[in-house]
Design a protein around this ligand. Structure first.
Ligand code: XMP
Length: 518
């Protein structure tokens, strides 16, 4: 992809992704790369940001980068550890602070004439989170911002002396975190850096993305045929519509119903896809999945069976399209970012639909691989995909199978579908759906409790309701839904869903719990 970009070198901070999101909000393309993977030969790079880190520069295992790869050649912004690393490497001094500085601070002096701080207010609130402090800045650098406790809170050199022999690009370093919400003018600082200093044209917009991606897909795919697995979720739907724009009917989509989707979901989503003009093969394979899952209670075993069956059903359909050359997937950027953990090891957690037999020799096409989730949604809107598809909550691949605790039967799925439908429809009716990352019902099918309905004693299953707020599903909090709403939903479920006589609300956050129960 030919596109000017900022490189964010990741030193393991928890807020590295946030820096990227802020830059994208400024319509500027950026890539997060491990601290030691700077793409020296990439001529599209217009600037470099060094992230924070859990380490001190003095730790023996601290992450180090060879600054001469870009200092002097490209504008650089060091954030927190990034600032300390610049200072430490270019001749300044970093020492343990007497006490950890964490939280709010104010830039009591700020050089508003400096290009980084253009438009800044005096006393602007910033967010600090560091154990070390920069006690001396390198030669040739100048302090441009200080707080009450931190003299060298921001410093720069218009033309650093070392380590580049022909320096001309500036280096900036800030001890605070401009990417976090509590640094009130953080976005302005990042805008000053990427737009004024690095020269971003701010041309990373949904319209531009659609235009350039459609053109690229046309070129990449030519007259070939492509297969894509649809899940009903946002990512695969947006990928399909984008490809459909590029190659029309030469895209064949396959949507497998494993029988554990939400109530009427298969039919509704098929209708949506047809309205979008997609060429979709819907495969009802629910009998096979139910048969293979019979009596299985162990969560990982359920997942394995569903994953295996899914691939086999998908492959059987895919093989019928004998002239297909490509397999398209809705993989998005967070699925691929090689984020670092404290050991410096790269963690990769995501596995998209894989497993097409090698002999099919399908090439992989991932048109959304650079986008964050919110960008996928913006692109989807740009493509005219209806809002109810774009705004859908994430839903796990194995579907309701991981929300039925105990063995799965079609009857249990039906009960859970009814309860889930009342909950989700209720969230929509009460205007709560869009405030929530993800919601659903869980059937505790091995638990029974006593109730009374009319004059009759009941002995039935409980349903748990789960609704969480999150930005990326890595962490999540239980949603503080109104009591009146919960009361209404509980009442409706118990009255309308035969087999359920008790409703509980899950008030666990992630961590230590997970979003799904299995
Ligand atoms: P957990 O339960 O790990 O879930 O907090 C995090 C996010 O991932 C989704 N999830 C899955 N998605 N296949 C999927 O495609 C799975 O097996 C799976 N398990 C969890 C979950 O719904 C949540 O959004």
């Amino acid at each position: 992809m030919q596109q000017q970009k900022i490189i964010i070198l990741d030193f393991g901070s928890q807020t590295t992704q946030l820096i990227a999101r802020r830059l994208r909000e400024l319509d500027t393309f950026c890539e997060i790369l491990p601290y030691n993977k700077f793409p020296v030969s990439d001529t599209d790079v217009i600037g470099v940001i060094l992230s924070g880190s859990p380490y001190s520069v003095h730790d023996s295992e601290a992450f180090k980068v060879d600054l001469s790869q870009f200092v002097g050649r490209l504008p650089v912004l060091g954030i927190c550890y990034g600032a300390q690393f610049i200072s430490h490497s270019l001749g300044g001094r970093v020492e343990k602070a007497d006490s950890r500085e964490y939280g709010r601070a104010h830039l009591e002096t700020v050089d508003a004439d400096n290009p980084l701080f253009r438009g800044f207010d005096q006393n602007s609130q910033v967010w600090m989170s560091h154990g070390d402090t920069i006690t001396a800045i390198p030669e040739g650098f100048k302090v441009i911002g200080s707080t009450k406790d931190v003299t060298n809170a921001a410093f720069w050199s218009p033309s650093p002396l070392a380590p580049c022999p022909t320096p001309h690009a500036p280096v900036f370093a800030v001890q605070f975190h401009p990417e976090v919400f509590h640094t009130l003018q953080g976005t302005l600082l990042l805008k000053n850096f990427v737009v004024d200093i690095c020269g971003s044209k701010q041309d990373w917009s949904p319209a531009n993305f659609v235009e350039t991606t459609v053109a690229e897909l046309k070129e990449q795919i030519g007259n070939d045929r492509v297969i894509l697995g649809l899940s009903g979720g946002v990512d695969s739907s947006v990928a399909a519509v984008l490809l459909n724009r590029a190659i029309g009917d030469r895209l064949t989509c396959i949507f497998v119903d494993h029988g554990m989707l939400r109530k009427n979901e298969f039919q509704n989503v098929m209708k949506d896809y047809e309205c979008l003009g997609l060429n979709v093969i819907g495969v009802d394979a629910s009998q096979r999945f139910f048969a293979d899952l019979e009596g299985v209670t162990e969560p990982e075993k359920k997942r394995k069976i569903i994953g295996r069956d899914f691939i086999e059903v998908f492959n059987a359909e895919a093989k019928k399209i004998t002239d297909a050359k490509w397999l398209a997937q809705g993989t998005i950027y967070p699925d691929r970012i090689e984020s670092l953990n404290i050991t410096g090891k790269v963690i990769k957690s995501h596995h998209n639909v894989g497993g097409l037999p090698e002999e099919m020799h399908l090439k992989l096409c991932e048109p959304l691989k650079w986008l964050f989730k919110d960008e996928v949604r913006r692109v989807g809107r740009q493509l005219g995909i209806p809002e109810h598809l774009i705004g859908r909550h994430p839903f796990p691949g194995p579907g309701l199978a991981v929300r039925i605790l105990g063995a799965i039967t079609p009857e249990k799925v039906r009960i859970l579908q009814e309860a889930d439908d009342i909950f989700i429809q209720g969230l929509r009716d009460w205007g709560l759906y869009d405030q929530i990352w993800q919601a659903g019902a869980i059937l505790l099918s091995d638990v029974r409790s006593v109730g009374v309905m009319g004059d009759e004693r009941t002995y039935e299953n409980p349903v748990a309701l789960r609704a969480v707020t999150s930005t990326d599903a890595m962490t999540a909090d239980w949603a503080h839904l109104p009591y009146d709403f919960l009361a209404k939903v509980s009442n409706d479920i118990i009255n309308k869903v035969k087999g359920v006589n008790r409703v509980c609300y899950d008030i666990s956050s992630k961590p230590p719990s997970t979003i799904e129960w299995e």
